[in-house]
Design a protein around this ligand. Structure first.
Ligand code: GLA
Length: 478
Protein backbone atom coordinates (compact mmCIF):
# COMPACT_ATOMS: atom_id res chain seq x y z
CA UNK A 1 0.00 0.00 0.00
CA UNK A 2 2.72 2.43 1.06
CA UNK A 3 4.73 1.78 -2.07
CA UNK A 4 1.73 2.29 -4.34
CA UNK A 5 0.98 5.58 -2.56
CA UNK A 6 4.54 6.79 -2.95
CA UNK A 7 4.55 5.64 -6.56
CA UNK A 8 1.37 7.68 -7.10
CA UNK A 9 2.95 10.84 -5.71
CA UNK A 10 6.18 10.30 -7.59
CA UNK A 11 4.19 10.03 -10.80
CA UNK A 12 2.20 13.11 -9.77
CA UNK A 13 5.35 15.10 -9.13
CA UNK A 14 6.96 13.99 -12.35
CA UNK A 15 3.83 15.11 -14.14
CA UNK A 16 3.99 18.40 -12.27
CA UNK A 17 7.63 19.20 -12.84
CA UNK A 18 8.60 17.35 -15.98
CA UNK A 19 10.21 19.60 -18.56
CA UNK A 20 7.43 21.72 -20.00
CA UNK A 21 6.93 22.24 -23.69
CA UNK A 22 8.51 25.41 -24.98
CA UNK A 23 6.30 28.29 -23.94
CA UNK A 24 4.87 30.40 -26.74
CA UNK A 25 6.83 33.62 -26.95
CA UNK A 26 5.52 37.01 -25.87
CA UNK A 27 2.16 36.24 -24.37
CA UNK A 28 1.11 39.28 -22.38
CA UNK A 29 -1.11 39.26 -19.31
CA UNK A 30 -4.82 39.77 -19.76
CA UNK A 31 -5.13 37.23 -22.48
CA UNK A 32 -4.25 39.70 -25.17
CA UNK A 33 -3.02 38.05 -28.24
CA UNK A 34 0.15 38.69 -30.14
CA UNK A 35 -0.40 40.13 -33.59
CA UNK A 36 -0.31 36.93 -35.54
CA UNK A 37 -2.77 35.43 -37.97
CA UNK A 38 -4.15 31.97 -37.32
CA UNK A 39 -5.49 29.78 -40.07
CA UNK A 40 -9.11 28.96 -39.21
CA UNK A 41 -11.39 27.37 -41.77
CA UNK A 42 -11.77 29.03 -45.13
CA UNK A 43 -11.23 32.50 -43.81
CA UNK A 44 -7.80 31.37 -42.58
CA UNK A 45 -6.93 29.74 -45.88
CA UNK A 46 -7.96 32.89 -47.71
CA UNK A 47 -5.90 35.02 -45.40
CA UNK A 48 -2.89 32.76 -45.88
CA UNK A 49 -3.28 32.83 -49.64
CA UNK A 50 -3.55 36.59 -49.54
CA UNK A 51 -0.47 36.83 -47.34
CA UNK A 52 1.47 34.59 -49.74
CA UNK A 53 0.35 36.74 -52.65
CA UNK A 54 1.64 39.85 -50.92
CA UNK A 55 4.97 38.19 -50.18
CA UNK A 56 5.23 36.96 -53.77
CA UNK A 57 4.52 40.47 -55.04
CA UNK A 58 7.63 41.69 -53.28
CA UNK A 59 9.99 39.07 -54.70
CA UNK A 60 12.05 40.35 -57.63
CA UNK A 61 11.38 38.42 -60.80
CA UNK A 62 14.05 35.93 -61.81
CA UNK A 63 15.64 36.24 -65.24
CA UNK A 64 13.67 33.22 -66.44
CA UNK A 65 10.42 34.67 -65.10
CA UNK A 66 11.20 37.94 -66.84
CA UNK A 67 11.70 36.09 -70.08
CA UNK A 68 8.50 34.06 -69.64
CA UNK A 69 6.49 37.17 -68.93
CA UNK A 70 7.65 39.45 -71.71
CA UNK A 71 10.84 38.70 -73.58
CA UNK A 72 10.56 41.87 -75.64
CA UNK A 73 9.72 44.27 -72.79
CA UNK A 74 12.11 47.04 -71.80
CA UNK A 75 13.31 47.15 -68.16
CA UNK A 76 10.94 50.10 -67.56
CA UNK A 77 8.00 48.12 -68.91
CA UNK A 78 8.93 45.12 -66.78
CA UNK A 79 9.04 47.37 -63.73
CA UNK A 80 5.67 48.93 -64.54
CA UNK A 81 4.08 45.50 -65.08
CA UNK A 82 5.50 44.23 -61.77
CA UNK A 83 4.14 47.33 -60.03
CA UNK A 84 0.68 46.83 -61.51
CA UNK A 85 0.70 43.17 -60.45
CA UNK A 86 1.75 44.07 -56.95
CA UNK A 87 -1.01 46.68 -56.72
CA UNK A 88 -3.63 44.21 -57.92
CA UNK A 89 -2.44 41.60 -55.45
CA UNK A 90 -2.41 44.09 -52.58
CA UNK A 91 -5.96 45.09 -53.46
CA UNK A 92 -7.05 41.44 -53.50
CA UNK A 93 -5.34 40.87 -50.16
CA UNK A 94 -7.17 43.80 -48.58
CA UNK A 95 -10.51 42.35 -49.70
CA UNK A 96 -9.79 38.80 -48.50
CA UNK A 97 -11.49 37.99 -45.18
CA UNK A 98 -8.94 38.11 -42.38
CA UNK A 99 -9.02 35.48 -39.68
CA UNK A 100 -9.35 37.16 -36.29
CA UNK A 101 -6.23 37.10 -34.13
CA UNK A 102 -6.34 34.45 -31.39
CA UNK A 103 -7.65 35.61 -28.03
CA UNK A 104 -7.41 34.51 -24.40
CA UNK A 105 -4.00 32.87 -24.75
CA UNK A 106 -3.79 33.44 -21.02
CA UNK A 107 -6.91 33.58 -18.79
CA UNK A 108 -8.77 36.85 -19.45
CA UNK A 109 -8.29 39.54 -16.80
CA UNK A 110 -10.52 42.50 -16.16
CA UNK A 111 -13.58 43.67 -14.23
CA UNK A 112 -17.25 42.76 -14.62
CA UNK A 113 -20.21 44.80 -13.42
CA UNK A 114 -22.44 42.02 -12.03
CA UNK A 115 -20.99 41.16 -8.63
CA UNK A 116 -21.10 44.73 -7.38
CA UNK A 117 -23.81 46.49 -9.39
CA UNK A 118 -26.08 43.63 -10.55
CA UNK A 119 -29.03 45.26 -12.35
CA UNK A 120 -28.12 48.84 -11.43
CA UNK A 121 -25.08 49.29 -13.65
CA UNK A 122 -25.00 52.37 -15.88
CA UNK A 123 -22.80 53.89 -18.58
CA UNK A 124 -21.33 56.14 -15.89
CA UNK A 125 -20.32 53.16 -13.74
CA UNK A 126 -18.57 51.49 -16.67
CA UNK A 127 -16.63 54.68 -17.45
CA UNK A 128 -15.73 55.01 -13.76
CA UNK A 129 -14.55 51.39 -13.70
CA UNK A 130 -12.31 52.03 -16.71
CA UNK A 131 -10.91 55.15 -15.02
CA UNK A 132 -10.28 53.21 -11.82
CA UNK A 133 -8.55 50.31 -13.54
CA UNK A 134 -6.07 52.85 -14.85
CA UNK A 135 -5.78 54.97 -11.68
CA UNK A 136 -5.31 52.02 -9.31
CA UNK A 137 -2.63 50.33 -11.40
CA UNK A 138 -4.89 47.36 -12.06
CA UNK A 139 -4.63 47.93 -15.79
CA UNK A 140 -0.84 47.77 -15.54
CA UNK A 141 -1.19 44.56 -13.54
CA UNK A 142 -3.11 43.00 -16.46
CA UNK A 143 -6.80 43.83 -15.88
CA UNK A 144 -7.76 44.77 -19.43
CA UNK A 145 -11.42 43.89 -19.99
CA UNK A 146 -14.23 46.10 -18.69
CA UNK A 147 -17.29 43.88 -18.99
CA UNK A 148 -20.89 45.06 -18.93
CA UNK A 149 -23.03 42.22 -17.59
CA UNK A 150 -26.82 41.88 -17.84
CA UNK A 151 -29.35 44.76 -17.84
CA UNK A 152 -27.94 47.01 -20.58
CA UNK A 153 -30.49 45.81 -23.16
CA UNK A 154 -33.47 47.82 -24.40
CA UNK A 155 -35.93 47.03 -27.20
CA UNK A 156 -35.57 45.82 -30.78
CA UNK A 157 -36.79 48.16 -33.50
CA UNK A 158 -38.78 47.17 -36.60
CA UNK A 159 -35.60 46.02 -38.34
CA UNK A 160 -34.76 43.79 -35.40
CA UNK A 161 -31.84 45.94 -34.26
CA UNK A 162 -31.44 45.87 -30.49
CA UNK A 163 -31.03 49.23 -28.78
CA UNK A 164 -29.50 49.67 -25.34
CA UNK A 165 -31.84 50.92 -22.61
CA UNK A 166 -31.77 54.40 -21.07
CA UNK A 167 -28.90 53.46 -18.70
CA UNK A 168 -26.61 53.15 -21.74
CA UNK A 169 -27.33 56.09 -24.06
CA UNK A 170 -24.57 55.45 -26.59
CA UNK A 171 -22.79 52.10 -26.60
CA UNK A 172 -20.35 53.01 -29.38
CA UNK A 173 -19.28 56.14 -27.50
CA UNK A 174 -18.86 54.06 -24.34
CA UNK A 175 -16.73 51.50 -26.17
CA UNK A 176 -14.63 54.32 -27.65
CA UNK A 177 -14.13 55.75 -24.17
CA UNK A 178 -13.01 52.40 -22.73
CA UNK A 179 -10.68 51.85 -25.69
CA UNK A 180 -9.23 55.35 -25.27
CA UNK A 181 -7.93 54.19 -21.88
CA UNK A 182 -6.05 51.31 -23.50
CA UNK A 183 -8.65 48.83 -22.24
CA UNK A 184 -11.10 46.46 -23.91
CA UNK A 185 -14.84 46.21 -23.47
CA UNK A 186 -17.15 43.24 -22.96
CA UNK A 187 -20.89 42.74 -23.20
CA UNK A 188 -23.50 40.14 -22.25
CA UNK A 189 -26.38 38.31 -23.93
CA UNK A 190 -28.30 35.03 -24.00
CA UNK A 191 -29.03 32.46 -26.72
CA UNK A 192 -32.63 32.53 -25.44
CA UNK A 193 -35.35 35.14 -26.00
CA UNK A 194 -34.54 36.75 -22.64
CA UNK A 195 -31.48 37.11 -20.45
CA UNK A 196 -31.37 35.88 -16.87
CA UNK A 197 -32.46 39.34 -15.77
CA UNK A 198 -35.46 39.23 -18.15
CA UNK A 199 -33.94 41.58 -20.74
CA UNK A 200 -33.86 41.04 -24.50
CA UNK A 201 -31.77 38.00 -25.60
CA UNK A 202 -30.29 37.13 -28.99
CA UNK A 203 -32.54 34.24 -30.12
CA UNK A 204 -33.16 34.63 -33.85
CA UNK A 205 -30.94 37.71 -34.04
CA UNK A 206 -27.51 36.16 -33.55
CA UNK A 207 -25.85 37.50 -36.70
CA UNK A 208 -27.45 40.90 -36.36
CA UNK A 209 -26.29 41.18 -32.73
CA UNK A 210 -22.78 39.93 -33.47
CA UNK A 211 -22.41 42.50 -36.25
CA UNK A 212 -23.67 45.21 -33.94
CA UNK A 213 -21.18 44.23 -31.21
CA UNK A 214 -18.38 44.34 -33.76
CA UNK A 215 -19.55 47.73 -35.04
CA UNK A 216 -19.56 49.06 -31.47
CA UNK A 217 -16.06 47.69 -30.94
CA UNK A 218 -16.94 44.97 -28.44
CA UNK A 219 -14.05 42.66 -27.50
CA UNK A 220 -15.72 40.07 -25.25
CA UNK A 221 -19.14 38.38 -25.11
CA UNK A 222 -20.54 36.48 -22.13
CA UNK A 223 -23.37 34.29 -23.43
CA UNK A 224 -25.71 33.13 -20.68
CA UNK A 225 -28.01 30.15 -21.30
CA UNK A 226 -30.92 31.14 -19.02
CA UNK A 227 -34.22 31.39 -20.92
CA UNK A 228 -32.97 29.12 -23.72
CA UNK A 229 -33.57 26.26 -21.27
CA UNK A 230 -37.33 26.56 -20.90
CA UNK A 231 -38.09 28.39 -24.14
CA UNK A 232 -36.18 26.14 -26.50
CA UNK A 233 -34.59 23.07 -24.92
CA UNK A 234 -37.55 21.99 -22.80
CA UNK A 235 -40.13 23.01 -25.39
CA UNK A 236 -38.50 21.43 -28.42
CA UNK A 237 -37.19 18.30 -26.74
CA UNK A 238 -39.24 17.65 -23.60
CA UNK A 239 -37.67 15.00 -21.37
CA UNK A 240 -34.89 14.30 -23.85
CA UNK A 241 -31.66 15.43 -22.24
CA UNK A 242 -29.48 14.34 -25.16
CA UNK A 243 -31.55 16.31 -27.68
CA UNK A 244 -31.62 19.30 -25.33
CA UNK A 245 -27.85 19.19 -25.13
CA UNK A 246 -27.58 19.21 -28.93
CA UNK A 247 -29.88 22.23 -29.11
CA UNK A 248 -27.70 24.02 -26.58
CA UNK A 249 -24.47 23.19 -28.43
CA UNK A 250 -26.03 24.38 -31.70
CA UNK A 251 -27.09 27.65 -30.06
CA UNK A 252 -23.56 28.36 -28.82
CA UNK A 253 -22.12 27.40 -32.18
CA UNK A 254 -24.53 29.73 -33.96
CA UNK A 255 -23.22 32.71 -32.01
CA UNK A 256 -19.67 31.39 -32.39
CA UNK A 257 -20.01 31.47 -36.18
CA UNK A 258 -21.71 34.86 -36.09
CA UNK A 259 -18.86 36.29 -34.02
CA UNK A 260 -16.20 34.71 -36.26
CA UNK A 261 -17.93 36.08 -39.35
CA UNK A 262 -17.40 39.63 -38.05
CA UNK A 263 -13.64 39.12 -38.34
CA UNK A 264 -13.19 40.93 -35.00
CA UNK A 265 -11.25 39.13 -32.26
CA UNK A 266 -13.95 38.67 -29.59
CA UNK A 267 -13.45 36.53 -26.49
CA UNK A 268 -16.39 34.11 -26.27
CA UNK A 269 -17.38 33.29 -22.70
CA UNK A 270 -19.87 30.45 -22.17
CA UNK A 271 -22.15 30.78 -19.17
CA UNK A 272 -24.27 27.63 -18.89
CA UNK A 273 -23.14 26.67 -15.40
CA UNK A 274 -20.99 23.69 -16.43
CA UNK A 275 -23.90 21.66 -17.80
CA UNK A 276 -23.32 18.58 -19.94
CA UNK A 277 -19.54 18.59 -19.39
CA UNK A 278 -19.10 21.80 -21.37
CA UNK A 279 -15.30 21.47 -20.97
CA UNK A 280 -15.47 18.50 -23.38
CA UNK A 281 -17.27 20.24 -26.25
CA UNK A 282 -17.06 23.98 -25.55
CA UNK A 283 -13.74 24.64 -27.31
CA UNK A 284 -15.00 22.94 -30.50
CA UNK A 285 -17.77 25.53 -30.76
CA UNK A 286 -15.59 28.51 -29.95
CA UNK A 287 -15.50 28.72 -26.15
CA UNK A 288 -12.53 30.66 -24.83
CA UNK A 289 -13.82 30.08 -21.32
CA UNK A 290 -16.76 28.26 -19.82
CA UNK A 291 -18.37 28.49 -16.43
CA UNK A 292 -17.92 25.24 -14.54
CA UNK A 293 -20.57 25.86 -11.84
CA UNK A 294 -23.54 27.97 -10.80
CA UNK A 295 -23.05 31.50 -9.54
CA UNK A 296 -20.37 32.53 -7.06
CA UNK A 297 -21.34 34.62 -4.04
CA UNK A 298 -19.13 36.58 -1.64
CA UNK A 299 -19.23 33.82 0.90
CA UNK A 300 -16.51 31.41 2.00
CA UNK A 301 -18.70 28.29 1.88
CA UNK A 302 -19.81 29.05 -1.66
CA UNK A 303 -16.27 29.78 -2.82
CA UNK A 304 -14.98 26.59 -1.24
CA UNK A 305 -17.81 24.56 -2.75
CA UNK A 306 -16.93 25.95 -6.21
CA UNK A 307 -13.26 25.05 -5.63
CA UNK A 308 -14.15 21.45 -4.79
CA UNK A 309 -16.18 21.24 -8.02
CA UNK A 310 -13.05 21.92 -10.10
CA UNK A 311 -11.63 18.46 -9.39
CA UNK A 312 -10.88 16.56 -12.56
CA UNK A 313 -11.10 19.56 -14.89
CA UNK A 314 -7.42 20.62 -15.03
CA UNK A 315 -6.62 18.81 -18.24
CA UNK A 316 -9.27 20.76 -20.17
CA UNK A 317 -7.64 24.15 -19.61
CA UNK A 318 -4.96 25.63 -21.82
CA UNK A 319 -4.09 28.65 -23.94
CA UNK A 320 -7.28 29.93 -25.60
CA UNK A 321 -9.69 27.75 -23.56
CA UNK A 322 -10.16 27.98 -19.80
CA UNK A 323 -12.28 26.59 -17.00
CA UNK A 324 -14.18 29.49 -15.42
CA UNK A 325 -15.11 29.02 -11.76
CA UNK A 326 -16.92 32.41 -12.04
CA UNK A 327 -15.87 35.96 -11.36
CA UNK A 328 -13.90 37.17 -8.38
CA UNK A 329 -15.61 38.25 -5.18
CA UNK A 330 -12.37 39.66 -3.73
CA UNK A 331 -13.32 42.77 -1.73
CA UNK A 332 -17.02 41.92 -1.64
CA UNK A 333 -19.42 40.97 1.13
CA UNK A 334 -18.11 39.75 4.45
CA UNK A 335 -15.06 37.87 3.16
CA UNK A 336 -12.20 38.39 5.60
CA UNK A 337 -8.73 39.41 4.52
CA UNK A 338 -7.42 35.84 4.65
CA UNK A 339 -10.48 34.55 2.79
CA UNK A 340 -9.94 37.12 0.05
CA UNK A 341 -6.32 36.00 -0.17
CA UNK A 342 -7.25 32.31 -0.37
CA UNK A 343 -9.96 33.01 -2.97
CA UNK A 344 -7.45 34.87 -5.17
CA UNK A 345 -4.78 32.19 -4.64
CA UNK A 346 -7.15 29.43 -5.66
CA UNK A 347 -8.21 31.25 -8.81
CA UNK A 348 -4.52 31.69 -9.70
CA UNK A 349 -3.79 28.00 -9.06
CA UNK A 350 -6.82 27.11 -11.20
CA UNK A 351 -5.64 29.26 -14.14
CA UNK A 352 -9.03 30.94 -13.82
CA UNK A 353 -10.08 34.13 -15.56
CA UNK A 354 -9.45 37.00 -13.14
CA UNK A 355 -12.50 39.23 -13.48
CA UNK A 356 -12.71 41.45 -10.44
CA UNK A 357 -16.24 42.36 -9.38
CA UNK A 358 -15.69 44.82 -6.58
CA UNK A 359 -16.51 48.49 -5.97
CA UNK A 360 -13.44 49.95 -7.65
CA UNK A 361 -13.83 53.61 -6.62
CA UNK A 362 -14.02 52.53 -2.96
CA UNK A 363 -11.44 49.75 -3.03
CA UNK A 364 -9.52 49.41 0.25
CA UNK A 365 -5.70 49.35 0.02
CA UNK A 366 -5.49 45.78 1.31
CA UNK A 367 -7.91 44.62 -1.39
CA UNK A 368 -5.94 46.45 -4.05
CA UNK A 369 -2.80 44.75 -2.71
CA UNK A 370 -4.42 41.35 -3.21
CA UNK A 371 -5.78 42.05 -6.68
CA UNK A 372 -2.51 43.55 -7.89
CA UNK A 373 -0.07 41.06 -6.37
CA UNK A 374 2.15 40.55 -9.43
CA UNK A 375 3.63 37.29 -8.20
CA UNK A 376 0.22 35.68 -7.78
CA UNK A 377 -1.02 37.12 -11.08
CA UNK A 378 2.06 35.62 -12.77
CA UNK A 379 0.99 32.20 -11.50
CA UNK A 380 -2.47 32.68 -13.01
CA UNK A 381 -1.09 34.05 -16.26
CA UNK A 382 1.66 31.51 -16.76
CA UNK A 383 1.93 31.11 -20.53
CA UNK A 384 2.02 27.31 -20.41
CA UNK A 385 -1.54 27.45 -19.03
CA UNK A 386 -1.35 24.22 -17.06
CA UNK A 387 -4.05 24.30 -14.39
CA UNK A 388 -3.12 23.32 -10.82
CA UNK A 389 -4.61 20.45 -8.84
CA UNK A 390 -5.24 19.47 -5.23
CA UNK A 391 -2.25 17.20 -4.64
CA UNK A 392 -3.18 15.87 -1.19
CA UNK A 393 -5.05 16.79 1.93
CA UNK A 394 -4.63 16.04 5.59
CA UNK A 395 -7.37 16.82 8.05
CA UNK A 396 -8.59 20.25 7.11
CA UNK A 397 -5.48 21.30 5.22
CA UNK A 398 -5.26 21.00 1.45
CA UNK A 399 -2.04 21.10 -0.54
CA UNK A 400 -2.42 22.34 -4.09
CA UNK A 401 0.30 22.25 -6.74
CA UNK A 402 0.68 23.97 -10.07
CA UNK A 403 3.47 23.53 -12.59
CA UNK A 404 4.65 26.65 -14.40
CA UNK A 405 6.70 27.15 -17.52
CA UNK A 406 10.45 27.01 -16.89
CA UNK A 407 10.08 24.08 -14.47
CA UNK A 408 8.85 26.12 -11.49
CA UNK A 409 6.34 24.66 -9.04
CA UNK A 410 3.83 26.57 -6.91
CA UNK A 411 2.47 25.06 -3.72
CA UNK A 412 -0.66 26.39 -2.08
CA UNK A 413 -1.26 25.22 1.49
CA UNK A 414 -4.87 26.08 2.40
CA UNK A 415 -6.44 25.68 5.84
CA UNK A 416 -10.09 25.11 4.95
CA UNK A 417 -11.13 24.28 8.51
CA UNK A 418 -13.30 26.55 10.61
CA UNK A 419 -11.66 26.07 13.99
CA UNK A 420 -8.25 27.44 14.85
CA UNK A 421 -7.48 24.07 16.44
CA UNK A 422 -8.07 22.07 13.29
CA UNK A 423 -5.06 20.09 12.08
CA UNK A 424 -2.84 22.28 14.21
CA UNK A 425 0.07 22.51 13.73
CA UNK A 426 0.07 21.06 10.28
CA UNK A 427 3.17 19.09 9.25
CA UNK A 428 4.04 19.57 5.61
CA UNK A 429 5.06 16.32 3.91
CA UNK A 430 7.21 17.27 0.95
CA UNK A 431 7.86 13.58 0.40
CA UNK A 432 4.16 13.08 -0.33
CA UNK A 433 4.71 15.37 -3.30
CA UNK A 434 7.82 13.46 -4.37
CA UNK A 435 9.95 16.42 -3.30
CA UNK A 436 13.30 16.32 -1.49
CA UNK A 437 13.39 17.29 2.19
CA UNK A 438 14.48 20.90 1.68
CA UNK A 439 13.13 23.36 -0.83
CA UNK A 440 13.84 27.02 -1.27
CA UNK A 441 11.26 29.34 -2.67
CA UNK A 442 9.36 32.59 -2.29
CA UNK A 443 6.28 33.14 -0.17
CA UNK A 444 4.09 34.97 -2.67
CA UNK A 445 1.98 36.77 -0.06
CA UNK A 446 4.79 38.06 2.17
CA UNK A 447 7.36 38.38 -0.61
CA UNK A 448 9.94 36.69 1.64
CA UNK A 449 12.37 33.96 0.68
CA UNK A 450 11.39 30.73 2.44
CA UNK A 451 12.85 27.35 3.10
CA UNK A 452 10.41 24.48 3.36
CA UNK A 453 11.54 21.32 5.11
CA UNK A 454 10.07 17.86 5.44
CA UNK A 455 7.62 17.57 8.33
CA UNK A 456 7.89 21.26 9.10
CA UNK A 457 5.13 22.39 11.48
CA UNK A 458 3.08 25.22 9.95
CA UNK A 459 0.80 27.37 12.04
CA UNK A 460 -2.00 28.09 9.65
CA UNK A 461 -4.88 30.39 10.38
CA UNK A 462 -8.36 29.17 9.54
CA UNK A 463 -9.19 29.93 5.86
CA UNK A 464 -5.71 31.30 5.15
CA UNK A 465 -3.17 30.15 2.60
CA UNK A 466 0.59 29.88 2.30
CA UNK A 467 1.53 30.22 -1.33
CA UNK A 468 5.10 29.34 -2.24
CA UNK A 469 6.81 29.45 -5.59
CA UNK A 470 9.74 27.07 -5.97
CA UNK A 471 11.69 27.95 -9.08
CA UNK A 472 13.99 24.93 -9.00
CA UNK A 473 12.19 22.14 -7.14
CA UNK A 474 14.48 19.38 -5.85
CA UNK A 475 13.01 15.96 -6.52
CA UNK A 476 13.19 13.09 -4.07
CA UNK A 477 15.81 10.65 -5.23
CA UNK A 478 14.52 7.14 -5.98
C1 GLA B 1 -26.59 34.53 -14.38
C2 GLA B 1 -25.08 34.48 -14.47
C3 GLA B 1 -24.49 35.62 -13.67
C4 GLA B 1 -25.01 36.95 -14.18
C5 GLA B 1 -26.54 36.96 -14.16
C6 GLA B 1 -27.10 38.18 -14.86
O1 GLA B 1 -27.03 34.28 -13.10
O2 GLA B 1 -24.60 33.25 -14.03
O3 GLA B 1 -23.07 35.59 -13.75
O4 GLA B 1 -24.54 37.17 -15.49
O5 GLA B 1 -27.08 35.82 -14.81
O6 GLA B 1 -28.49 38.17 -14.95
Amino acid sequence: MRSSVSLFFTVLLLALISVPPRAPAQIPAGGQSPQSVSAQGNAGADAQAAAQAVIAAHQPLSAAQQQDVAPVQTPAEIQAAAKARAEAQAQAASKAPQAAAPVALTPPMGWNSWNHFAGNVTDKDIRAAADQLVATGMKDAGYIYVNIDDTWEGERDASGALHPNAKFPDMKALADYVHSKGLKIGIYSSPGPKTCGGYEGSLGHEEQDAKMYAAWGIDYLKYDLCSFIDNVMEKQAPNDKAAQMQLMIAAYDKMNKALKATGRPIVFSFCQYGWDAVWEWGPSVGANLWRTTGDVTADWDRIYSIVTQQAGLASYAGPGHWNDPDMLEVGNGKLTLVENRSHFSWWAMLAAPLLAGNDLPNMKPEIKAILTNRDVIAVDQDPMGKQGVRAYSEGEVEIWARRLSGGALVLGIFDVGDSRYSTHPFHLKLSKLGLAATQTGKNLWTGNAVELTENEPLNLVSHDVVLVRIDAPAVLSQ
